[in-house]
Ligand binder design. Structure first.
Ligand SMILES: [Zn+2]
Length: 194
């Protein structure tokens, strides 16, 4: 009797051990699968943005095949605001001189509340996306920021002393918005319906 019980117990321990190992293994595999599918998803979004830009006059003759996508960091809003403020600290005084304190304050407050994606044209190795968005909206914002990434890569940074900088900023922002909308229309509608 005693022996049998001991065997049973050790069998139980063994099974528990196997089970825990399986749990650990499966969670690792799951995490790897998730990371992998996110990478694939990013590549798909990047390919979409490239194919849309390719058709535009601005990007005629550009060899997109050599470009690869920047890293995407999903961050909380506080982090986005921190990044936004750090980028704008450099140009803050100049902005105040040009647009006036009131307008700059207003713009900063608006961005603090509404910022959901950032591409820093001084460092395009990574882009930053607000992490708490609906999955498809998040992808659409990634498409928007990928657009800015490619604009910086291909057209270059918009210089502070560029006389035409307001128009250029508006043009680039509109393009980012258009790509984002196109993405939503093509990929997010079904998801909502389903
Ligand atoms: Zn934008």
């Amino acid at each position: 009797m005693k022996n049998k019980k001991t065997i049973l117990t050790s069998t139980n321990i063994m099974w528990t051990f196997v089970f825990i190992m399986l749990l650990i293994t499966s969670s690792v595999v799951m995490k790897l699968t998730i990371v992998n599918s996110v990478i694939k998803e990013h590549k798909k979004i990047f390919a979409f943005v490239q194919s849309e830009l390719k058709g535009l006059d601005t990007y005629k003759g550009v060899d997109f095949s050599k470009m690869s996508e920047p890293a995407v960091r999903y961050v909380p809003r506080e982090k986005l605001i921190e990044i936004f403020m750090a980028i704008n600290e450099v140009v803050y005084d100049r902005m105040v001189k040009e647009y006036g304190q009131a307008r700059v304050d207003e713009m900063v407050e608006m961005y603090k509340k509404e910022v959901i994606g950032i591409t820093d044209s001084n460092d395009v190795s990574e882009i930053f996306i607000f992490k708490d968005l609906e999955p498809c909206e998040r992808k659409a914002i990634v498409a928007h920021e990928y657009t800015h990434f490619l604009q910086v890569k291909i057209l270059g940074k918009i210089k502070l002393d560029d006389k035409d900088k307001d128009n250029k900023h508006t043009y680039r922002e509109m393009q980012g918005g258009q790509i984002q909308t196109l993405y939503e229309e093509r990929f997010c509608k079904d998801e909502e319906a389903g």
